[in-house]
Design a protein around this ligand. Sequence first.
Ligand code: GRF
Length: 216
Amino acid sequence: MTKSHCSVVVLISGNGTNLQALIDDSTHSNYKITAVISNKPEAFGLSRAQRSGIPALTINHKDYSSRELFDHALMETIDTFNPDIIVLAGFMRILSAEFVKHYCGKILNIHPSLLPAYTGTNTHQRVLDAGEKYHGVSVHFVTEELDGGPVISQEKIKIEADDNADSLANKIHQKEHIIYPKTVSWFAAGRLHMNANRAYLDNDLLPETGIEISPL
Ligand code: GRF
């Protein structure tokens, strides 16, 4: 893959601040966002895409009677763009096994926790309730296990005494906007791959928690 030739399809469900970070980075990086697809017609991220001249489409999951039928329609649309990578940026749908297999090793997700800890939702409140000292964000390859695919990269923050779920969400978002473009650009440069459920950077096996981009 050469500069500007890695084609990225971004899937969203909401505000799309991570999408915006990727759009902004892509103007001077080695990947190009060729389409943005939302499962929710009201997702603000669609306007962000349109504003930047990127095709913005909705495939409403409510129009389909099963997850499999929805995922099938999603795959058909994605494939018309022939992407090198699918980037999930706040896409709030669990993907079927068929979808994950179809794009095996080509789907990235960002999750607001230091995986493998705190999979699932409501992570900010859960780390506070557990009295954790640190919180963070992870980018990982998507496999059939929810939030369970091999971790590529992480950013960590220290939890302060006056933090609450909202302040943590804000701090984590700032980190997300750094870590996601960086990790996508590694993929675009051909430096990342997944094999037997493990992540590799430059053919080196990554640790279970991936690479910490800016160590505390
Ligand atoms: C982010 O917090 C991300 O970690 C999670 O969904 C959120 C999306 O935020 N997967 P935005 O829509 O990119 O602002």
